[in-house]
Design a protein around this ligand. Sequence first.
Ligand code: C5P
Length: 227
Amino acid sequence: MGKITIAIDGFSSTGKSTIAKQLADWLDYIYVDTGAMYRAVTLFAMRNNFISSEILDSQGLISSLENISITFKKNQKTGIAEVYLNGENVEKQIRTLEVSEFVSPVATISEVRKKLVHQQQVMGQGKGLVMDGRDIGTVVFPDAELKIFLDASAEKRAQRRYKELLERGDDILYKDVLENVIERDHIDSTREDSPLRKAEGAIEINNSEMNLEDQFHIILQLAKDRI
Ligand code: C5P
């Protein structure tokens, strides 16, 4: 079987990573969650006081970028790749609402994007990869054989995210999650560098009323047609 590159982009909490993981698993491909990389940089910024009292010190963060190393390692029990920041597993710490609140401003910084996009392109050199994010089909792999753009209503997406956070044991309010989803979409779509857009040639799927299984089968078939 040949190997292709699959780019999955879309708004926050559209279920990109769930679908991407399932696809990668089925195809025996590498899965890369690029949102986790932006989240890890944000966690680094928070821990090193480049974010305090709602203010982001972009210059401070930019001058520290060379001290940030982001890697992925498979969890032996679950088989899922987890993200490491300077050698520490931060998979849980990067999923908090606090990180979600700062990640989109951090992701507007061109120097941050340049560093992460380069690493993502290196990871995908050998193809056989499913990558999800906001700029995969437009910037990271514009020549990907399969590009998917996922969308759903903001309320549906916030409900899914809220459920996930509750299941993790986080103490949060639905309205805060909804606000965060809307705010992130706005920043992601209006930023100057690599705004969230449907890539040329991308297939758009609105999954507001679609279950996971149906989505998976549609996308898997699209992938099989291209392999
Ligand atoms: O995918 P996830 O929701 O975890 O991504 C967190 C944030 O990281 C997004 O809201 C966006 O601001 C940023 N991001 C990005 N480019 C990507 C992936 C994520 O700007 N390729």
